[in-house]
Design a protein around this ligand. Structure first.
Ligand code: F0G
Length: 451
């Protein structure tokens, strides 16, 4: 059997609508009911698990850009028009690390970190952007735009540059880390700083959705989700197709948790895996409308509860400072079908978890550390057992927000309350003499905690 699929369509996710649209219709929401859209194959996907696994492995030694990309290597699961030239920066292919210090911190026997922050622009956004900008090119778009807390902006800027396509990014003025802003400027994006928070930027974007002349590449765009879902395949492959018991992922606008769920769902339906991992989404306490929704829904049982946005989201993890997540319905699907949870963690918990991940030699940006903080919390309440297989998805590189790191280790990190630097590693000042340096180094060796 050859591994193939027929054409793809876009389909409204609302159960009472389910209207379908052609793949080349430039829409982001259902024109009938404003529901979110999925990209899906028209007919059954004929994949022979064994042969496609071999094919994917063989591509690892190929020089073709489509094979070297950790997204397009799995193209049997992606909508790809044969004549379109893909726009790639050789994304994906990210490592899965053992993290013994983080495991001990959480109270589990072992913990693995899937580091999506090691993508070309330093965040998981690249896996989605390669597909969205490839689609933008296929639609002959002349301007790609997004609202962003910084990482989507950096990613769009890079991929648009590769595609030779102008792009504009809307960011909340003064609320984006300098490293992310620097990337967007360097890659040549037009940076529009908006008075207001991310939700205000996103709202403005949605109001422009009807404009024929622009292409919107926020994660409401279902092609972004198609690319981001491949992390599930790459992870399953790295684990010899045995899925973990739990996967933890940070939640902001909720595109990534949506994509992870879709990825695993499709692997299961193709027979590439035999069960779903539980997907747990972790938000920062001050920007946690989805966690609140989950808690209220759990209490209400079969009664339905409305989703209430957080009007004034607040967290030092600026990537996920989001109060009105556009993709919550898709993320809800991921959590429900996998029997996961949605929780929130405090600023203190995020800061300490981030420092511990650093001590594993891995490092990540603050938003990513919600995962390890969340695992610790759910080990304590018994949802995660110490001997279960747990994977945390790290979403951004440690150098994305160096101010946060320096402030933590200098004990100057402040949110509404002061944050204690429980894993502080402050710089030591040494006078410039051989003896002083020798003594300091001896102290470093004795007190390091590594021996
Ligand atoms: N982690 C990082 C590092 C992020 O940049 C984001 C989102 C998330 C987690 C949350 O992912 O939104 O799919 O739930 N950043 C977006 C941006 C909003 O504009 O860069 P999500």
């Amino acid at each position: 059997m050859t591994d193939s699929h027929g054409p793809f369509i876009q389909r409204c996710i609302e159960p009472n609508c389910r209207t379908t649209f052609e793949l080349d219709e430039r829409i982001y929401m259902c024109p009938r009911c404003s529901g979110l859209l999925d990209v899906e194959p028209v007919g059954p996907v004929n994949i022979d698990a064994s042969s496609v696994r071999t094919k994917w492995r063989t591509r690892l030694s190929s020089a073709d850009a489509r094979d070297r990309s950790g997204v397009w290597r799995f193209r049997e699961l992606l909508p790809l028009n044969a004549d379109v030239e893909i726009v790639t920066l050789i994304e994906g292919n990210t490592p899965l690390y053992e993290a013994p210090r983080s495991a001990a911190y959480c109270g589990v026997d072992a913990l693995q970190l899937k580091h999506q922050g090691l993508n070309p622009t330093g965040s998981f956004k690249d896996t989605g952007m390669t597909v969205a900008i490839t689609q933008a090119k296929s639609l002959r778009s002349t301007l790609a735009v997004c609202a962003s807390t910084g990482n989507t902006a950096a990613s769009l800027a890079a991929y648009a540059a590769r595609a030779n396509m102008p792009c504009a990014i809307l960011v909340p003025a003064g609320q984006v880390s300098l490293a992310k802003l620097a990337q967007a400027l360097d890659y040549g994006a037009s940076v529009l700083e908006v008075e207001g928070n991310f939700d205000a930027c996103m709202q403005l974007m949605l109001e422009l959705a009807d404009e024929e002349t622009i292409y919107l590449v926020n994660s409401i765009n279902p092609f972004r989700i198609e690319g981001q879902k491949t992390v599930a395949t790459e992870l399953a492959e790295q684990l010899a197709w045995k899925v973990p018991d739990h996967v933890f992922v940070p939640g902001g606008n909720l595109g990534n948790s949506s994509a992870l769920g879709k990825g695993f769902r499709e692997l299961l339906s193709c027979g590439l895996i035999d069960r779903l991992p539980r997907i747990t989404v972790v938000q920062a306490e001050g920007a946690a409308p989805f966690a609140r929704f989950f808690a209220e829904q759990s209490l209400a049982g079969s009664q339905s509860v409305g989703f209430v946005n957080e009007e004034e989201p607040a967290t030092l993890a600026s990537a996920i400072k989001i109060g009105a997540p556009v993709s919550w319905k898709k993320a809800w699907r991921s959590v429900l079908e996998s029997q996961g949870q949605v929780i929130s963690v405090t600023e203190q918990e995020i800061a300490d978890a981030k420092a511990v991940i650093g001590r594993d030699g891995v490092g990540c940006e603050p938003a990513s550390a919600t995962t390890v903080a969340g695992i610790k919390k759910l080990v304590t309440n018994g949802f995660v057992k110490h001997d279960q297989h747990v994977v945390a998805i790290l979403t951004g590189h440690v150098l994305k927000d160096t101010d946060y790191v320096i402030n933590y280790h200098n004990q100057t990190l402040r949110s509404t309350t002061d944050i204690r630097s429980n894993f502080r590693n402050k710089p030591l000042h040494v006078s410039s003499s051989r003896q002083s340096l020798k003594e300091t180094l001896a102290r470093v060796r004795d007190e390091s905690g590594y021996l």
